[in-house]
Design a protein around this ligand. Structure first.
Ligand SMILES: [Zn+2]
Length: 84
């Protein structure tokens, strides 16, 4: 019998949008992409993306992050809805 080792898995969750002004790819969970704003803290990006006790497909219709500012061009926009 071989002695098999176990390892832990790790999951990385990024939530991407494209700037409607300059088409930069923006990770809503990375302050470096959102002009220094922590949208996870303000809007619960992760909690909205991975909701507790709700069907994801239904919850994602209501996914909303307001006032995202693009680091590249400083354009401000809202995010409505989440595809995955
Ligand atoms: Zn931009």
């Amino acid at each position: 019998m071989t002695d098999k080792k176990s390892v832990r898995a790790s999951m990385h969750i990024d939530v991407w949008v494209e700037c409607p002004n300059c088409e930069s790819d923006i990770n809503l969970r990375d302050e470096a992409d959102t002009n220094g704003h922590n949208h996870d803290e303000e809007c619960g990006v992760l909690m909205q993306a991975c909701p507790n006790g709700e069907h994801w497909s239904e919850a994602h219709q209501n996914f909303s992050v307001k006032g995202v500012v693009c680091t590249q061009c400083k354009h401000e926009f809202n995010v409505e809805g989440l595809d995955w």
